[in-house]
Ligand binder design. Structure first.
Ligand code: GTP
Ligand code: MG
Length: 314
């Protein structure tokens, strides 16, 4: 019997419990979910080997098709690395900034759209939250209005692609199995076609994985900015790394929940960066730090290849 897992998209198999798509023989007739999805949905737990599809493989696959692409990325993960991936996607596309409910009190939608467009030169973008019905309907109406019959939903792992699919299923009363959602990486393993109606198909995809700062993220906790006034040679300690400022400046942290404090500390710094007035220091996987004054910073314990600098979003 050939059957695909409704949750993650892989071919179901009853032979190897350590491989993707495994389902016990006695369950395959009645269940549409592999053991891994069953455990993710019911216990938020994975204990089987995960398949990872490389970013290039996903990009090549979707670029072969002239279908529309919807690229999801949450605000804290917008940086040079994720925009680079977006720029590699060919054809008609839109960038959707996801999880707006986590920071809507901090950023006005229109101002944010204006700044993102200005900084990254994005011509088609919008902001979305799965907790706002209007946002979901707006997307479906956009597809209808532009006569977009087939679109790929792509983006970083955990950006909320499958959650968006489930909301579309729910709001359109579709009699389809829900796809699997979790805060673990690599939840969706293969492409899953969702027929919204006779003229709209949306395809859920495996997420992109980039080098990132590793922390446990809680997507239910609102983003709370923290401001510090740094004095000359003061050091910001953030989770597991250090940033020393060579001149006074105010800084504001927009990050997932991590411990921070400031003090004076001598240590060997690994590299320096010069920061222009009103810039954001973006840290892939963690968020960004707004720095008000022009200064030089020295860093310790933070991999340079996940760091980028941009004009302030504010
Ligand atoms: N607060 C908030 N959380 C969201 C939103 N969308 C998704 N999430 C959470 O983000 C996490 C990841 O969601 P998924 O839908 O599984 O993400 P994905 O992009 O499909 O991830 P992969 O399948 O690994 O590529 C889950 O914990 C969701 O509950 C949103 O709009 N707001
Ligand atoms: Mg998914």
């Amino acid at each position: 019997m050939i059957k695909y897992c409704s949750g993650c998209g892989v071919l179901l198999q009853t032979i190897d419990s350590s491989k993707e798509g495994y389902i016990p023989e006695e369950k395959i007739k009645d269940s549409n979910y592999c053991k891994r999805c069953f455990r993710l949905i019911n216990y938020n737990d994975t204990n089987t080997v995960d398949k990872t599809t490389s970013n290039n493989k996903i990009i090549d696959y979707v670029n072969k098709s002239d279908s529309f692409k919807i690229y999801l990325v949450d605000l804290l993960n917008i940086n040079d690395y994720t925009i680079d991936l977006y720029n590699k996607i060919k054809g008609e596309k839109i960038l959707l900034v996801s999880k707006y409910d986590l920071y809507k009190k901090l950023f006005n939608k229109n101002k944010l759209l204006y700044k993102l467009n200005k900084i990254y030169n994005l011509d088609n973008l919008d902001i979305i939250s799965i907790n706002n019905e209007k946002d979901i309907n707006k997307l479906v109406n956009y597809l209808k209005k532009n006569n977009i019959k087939k679109s790929y939903l792509i983006g970083l792992t955990n950006s909320g692609k499958s959650s968006l699919i489930n909301k579309i299923i729910e709001l359109n009363n579709l009699s389809l199995d829900k796809v699997t959602v979790s805060n673990k990486i690599n939840t969706t393993l293969d492409y899953i076609n969702i027929k919204v109606n006779n003229s709209i198909n949306i395809i859920d995809s495996p997420g992109f994985i980039l080098d990132e700062y590793k922390i446990n993220k809680n997507y239910k906790k609102l983003i709370k900015p923290i401001t510090y006034n740094m004095k000359k040679d003061e050091v910001l300690y953030l989770d597991k790394f250090y940033i020393k400022f060579d001149s006074p400046t105010s800084i504001t942290l927009y990050t997932y929940n991590v411990i921070s404090k400031k003090y004076y500390k001598d240590m060997d710094y690994e590299y320096n960066l010069s920061i222009d007035a009103n810039s954001d220091l973006c840290i892939m996987g963690l968020g960004f730090i707004n720095i008000k004054n022009k200064c030089n910073i020295s860093l310790h314990g933070l991999d340079k290849k996940i760091v980028s600098i941009r004009e302030s979003l504010l």
